[in-house]
Every structure is written in C-alpha cells, then in structure tokens.
Design a protein around this ligand. Sequence first.
Ligand code: NIG
Ligand code: FE
Length: 384
Amino acid sequence: MATCYRNIATLVSPAEAIGELTVITDAAIVVDDGQVTWLGKDLDAPACETEVDLTGKTVIPGFVDSHSHLVFGGERSEEFASRMAGKKYEAGGINSTVSATRSATAEELRANTAGLVQELFASGITTFEIKSGYGLDIETEKLSLEIASEFTEEVTFLGAHVVPAGSESDDYTDLVAGKMLESITAKWVDVFCDTGAFSVVQARKVLTAGIAAGLKPRMHANQLSNIGAIALAVELDCASVDHCTFLDDNDIELLKNSNTVATLLPGAEFSTRSPYPQGGKLMNAGIAVALATDCNPGSSFTSSMAFCIAVAVRDMGFSVDQAIWAATKGGAMALRGNQGVLEVGSRADFVVLDAPNHIYLAYRPGVAIISQTFLQGRKVFERR
Ligand code: NIG
Ligand code: FE
C-alpha cells in the first residue's frame, strides 16, 4: 500500500558529484513496499491510499554509519576523564575493554549491542557496520561477529585491533591471519595499522589472508601517526581507510587516484583531543569522504551522526552539504553499497527532521531534531 509523505519543507538527497546535494522544497515522497516509488514537488504528488502531512519538516536519507565497534563489555569513562585532564590517548587502552568483553556473557554483549543499535536508529542511522576486535581470541572474536551479524550484514573482522596482553606481536598476527580467520565468518577484514597496533608488514599479512579467504578489506590507519598505511590501503583496493587524522600530500594524491574512501571520525578526535583532519579539503580535491561515528567505549563513545556533522562543519572544513553527503552517500560508498540516497527505486530508508531544512543538523548542535527514522518504509524510531 502506497504512502505519500506530503508538504515536506525540504527534501534532500546526495547527488553523484562529491559533496553535492539535490534539494527540493515543498516536496512529497511516495513509499510503497519498502521502496521509494515517486518524489518531487508536492503540487505534482500522485494520489495515494495513505497520506502523512510533514508540514515544516525536512526529509533526508537515513545516515550510513560505515564504522562502529558496538560489541563490547564494560566502559571507560574514567579513561576519558583523565584524557580531558591531559593524559594522551594510546591504542593500549583497547586491552581494558578486551578484558571486560571476555568476562561478559553472550547475553550481556547482545543486550549492550541491541541498546546501541537503538541509539543508532534514534540518531537517524539506517545502515551500519559493526566490527569485532574486543575479543582478540578465537572464541570471543567468533562470538562478537555472530552477535554483530544479528543486527547487520556489514560485519567486520577486526582480530588485528591490538596485540592482546601477554601475546607477542608477530605470533598474534600469525594467529589472526591463520587459525582465527579460518574460524570466523564476516564480510569485511580490518586492521588497525598504526603506532602501538600493527605495522604495515603485519597489516599486509592479515589483509591479504582475509582477501584470500573471500573477505573484503578496509583499514584503520593514520589515527595516531603516519607509518605509510595509506599506500597499502590503496594498493589492496580497500573500500575505505578510516581515521586519516594524519595525511601527507602523497597520501592525498594516492587517495585521489583510487577507489578507496577516506572515512573521517570526528568523535575520535573530539574524545582524544586530537587535531581534526580537514575533510572539506579532501572533498574539494575530488576524494570521496565518509563520516562515521566510530562508536566505541574508548576513543569515541557517540552514536550521534548529527554530532559528527556539526563537528565536521565547525572544525573540519566541510560545508553543510559536504558533511551530509559524507554521512549518507559517502558512508554507502565506504561499504561499496547503494544506500544513502532517496530516488525512485531506492530503499525507503529516510529520516524526518524537526527542522525546516537540513542546515539545522549543524546549526542546532546537540539538539534532538531527529524526529522519525524509517527503515525500508517501516518506522524504527519516533521521538516522543
Ligand atoms: O577506531 N583505533 C582503533 N580502534 C578504535 C579505538 C578503540 C578503543 O579505544 O577502544 C578507534 O578509534
Ligand atoms: Fe574504529
């Protein structure tokens, strides 16, 4: 049964061109059987069985969060507080979440993940990736990936997150690229390639083993330093290289001539007091950029894409249109998918904003303007 959402103040969808949006004012959109079947000016809207009035509201595609770590036990608020008091962020903090994850029951991990997925819906996110990486032994990595797959198809094996306490770095890399990889099921393989985590040589080993096993590669890189990881990401045709806090001109050239999306994670710089990468500059140079939450208990415990957009616009050189493009189409490209747009034939994943236009996403930071979230035409969140 077709439903027509009418009198929409502003309807927005990303264009093909990097950073550009198509905007229709006084719009309507028709949804039938989970798909968009028509959109345009309200004046031209076809008659429908059901009509919903959205006077004064904005409709945007559901956000695509291409980077999250939702399966974990415990929390690290004290670590955050000590960082804000001047302590440096180090990759080693991950091991405290590893201990808490190993001691949690499957039910506790599942319930924690389910709660965070609800937060994503409340944040307007309709497609999301979930990584493992807080188990770091075969049993807990396998369990983490099983739980992730209950919530999304975009499941990423991050056995190479850090070297677990008590292991030797090369031995652990061999375990991840060997027995662990053989024991798990996932769509993507990821490595944290950075100071304090895995070297470029180790990352290559894990990613090529993952590719040989049929997984598709993506990377965490250049968050804490630049050890030459971007060249590896581009060489292996990673769908995405994530963080990109520290890039040099050569990295920018490499990304420009690649199919690898640069995924930026403003929550991580915010919560670790790091410098913000200039994403607007990357997009102006013709690089496809995604914005993602990086939701995790250590470096970025936010599930709010609107927060990421506001920071990107305020501090990372993005225009509002570029930031919204990056949080929708850019995220979909980082998952090599076709979500993040509203056009005839696309999945009816969309968000209603309590706002007359999309600029409000950055203009009203911290204010709950996400009013309703629809996944394939079905309402999965409504703010009361
Ligand atoms: O994306 N960089 C590595 N992994 C996470 C941090 C995880 C943690 O601190 O627990 C990230 O920021
Ligand atoms: Fe991450």
